[in-house]
Write a protein that binds this ligand. Structure first.
Ligand code: DAT
Ligand code: MG
Length: 139
């Protein structure tokens, strides 16, 4: 079933590099509508909760340190086929493998510091969106 909402974060590396505007423009040009958005910073504990699914992975500690190292932008996006189309727009996890023209090909610097997050399923988009926007009205 095609989904119409996904969840994203512009990660600390991309915020620090001044790429919020460029990335939002790519998101907009790809036909996504922003239904909720905020500029915020995760504590290390919150980053650990958000990425709890990766708890057993060897890079978990590094990931939580990085994701709490500076401000991020969190957003819920709407479009037909949102989950799959957004994964296509961001490109592969490792920027060396990301297709040309994708957000990660343009703005990620490494597999760990890869500029953006994109939810991988309807279920996770709902969990992740709720993590950041519980009780917030969507527009
Ligand atoms: P994605 O963000 O493409 O969904 P993922 O869910 O497998 O990728 O991993 C979540 C994040 O963890 C990823 O965006 C960056 C980090 N990560 C993944 N694999 C890594 C690795 N081999 N070394 C360091 N960080 C990694
Ligand atoms: Mg993932």
């Amino acid at each position: 079933m095609a989904t119409n909402r996904t969840f994203t974060m512009i990660k600390p590396d991309a915020v620090k590099a001044g790429n919020i505007g460029n990335i939002l423009q790519m998101i907009n040009n790809a036909g996504f509508r922003i239904v909720a958005m905020k500029y915020t910073k995760l504590s290390k504990e919150a980053a650990g909760q958000f990425y709890a699914v990766h708890k057993e992975r060897p890079f978990y500690g590094e990931l939580c340190d990085f994701m709490s190292s500076g401000p991020i932008v969190a957003a819920i996006l709407e479009k037909d086929n949102a989950i799959a189309d957004f994964r296509t727009l961001i490109g592969a996890t490792n920027p060396a493998e990301a297709a040309p023209g994708t957000i990660r090909a343009k703005y990620a610097t490494s597999i760990g510091e890869n500029a953006v997050h994109g939810a991988d399923s309807d279920e996770n988009a709902a969990i992740e969106g709720n993590f950041h926007f519980a009780g917030v009205e969507m527009h």
